[in-house]
Design a protein around this ligand. Sequence first.
Ligand code: 4AD
Ligand code: MG
Length: 432
Amino acid sequence: MPDFHRIAALPQLVGQTVAVRGWVMTTRSSGKIAFVALRDGTGYLQAVLSRQEVPDAAWEALGKLAQETSLEVTGVVRADRRAPGGVELQASDLTIIGPSHDFPITPKEHGTAFLFEHRHLWLRSRRQVAIARVRHEVVQAIRDFFYERDFILVDTPILTGSIGEAAGNLFAVEYFDLGTAYLAQTGQLYVEAAAAALGKVYCFGPTFRAEKSKTRRHLTEFWMVEPEVAWNDSNDNMKLQEEFVSYVVARCLERRRPELAELERDMRPLEAIRPPFPRISYTDAVEKLGALGSGIEWGRDLGGDAETLLAKQYDRPVLVYNYPKQVKAFYMKENAADPRTVLNNDMLAPEGYGEIIGGSQREDDHDKLLARIREEKLPEDAYSWYLDLRKYGTFVHSGFGLGVERTVAWICGIPHIREAIAFPRTLYKLWP
Ligand code: 4AD
Ligand code: MG
């Protein structure tokens, strides 16, 4: 027998004597019998102690338990249909490992600001544990999806010399004698180079935007997965996106139902997430939005409100394609059929979660790309390597970026993406 067992393993050990280590959630006692609710990260367990059956020291320790005291309880695993996980522990001994006094987060309601000040402790709450476990599933599903389809993972740099998306929201870092480096807004430009080497690739890591926005959809540091595929056009790109998002959602429904139930997530809308997803051109979307009473003009980016209104018309994510060139990044391929627009798309999640994916076919014409770099007044030198990809065997290629926190927030049904990452970074948050 190992020294101790994780709570998740106990249903397989009914009738056996085991030790469990964890943290106290609550205790109650009726004099002769006491109940300790504990958790260990893998599950929740009730230990039952009877005054007559445990040593005096254990009964005394019981009196010193407080919220978040760490402890070891030994006992027999008993089947109990009403218990979480279907088992409880009939304890024969209990020892305190680490006392806890006045744990700041009590079962009463706390304000959001207070909870985020105590994020390092708040992570232990049932809701936060459930969110972390869904996030873990989302990340694993992402890796599995690309692995199963023979994509090669390429890790791209976080310190970069070129701007990935737009000049406005860069974090600058002093970089020895080489001047200014920037924290990567995207790994895309690098996976484009890798796609010419390996065909189907993706990068997956933290990305940074010095966003001054205070919306519930923005972080300054967020995780993004970015596939890039040689010879995919914009249509192939959208097809990959709908298969990908459907796969990730299905995996959470398959393996994280208890966590979604803990979060009181209505799972029916998630069950509808299957390809094909509805597609609408930006131009048609503007018209539709006009009819719905939103006064958006052609040529402007869709704001959060317009996105929400549009996405509400569908029961699954909607792909909005071919936006005006002027509101999108310099690297997107010009649409030959209407050069005012580019061959790109955003994916808008249902239920008001907004844009979870931005993607496009890339400009593969050297001179057009150079002209766009000049128009945007980007530092030409920094892009010479990127232009090389169009000089030495240029190729049709497309890719996209999915934001992990927005996706987790949507799947969990939580209102703010701050809770979708363990230690969020925003305009006002650098601590803990
Ligand atoms: O639309 P974005 O800016 O696209 C890119 O970065 C491209 N280089 C991707 C590519 O084609 N390889 O960002 C992609 C996604 C958004 O749809 C959103 O989900 C997420 O990244 N995102 C953010 N998430 C949280 N906080 C922010 N400030 C975000 N900015 C973008
Ligand atoms: Mg975008």
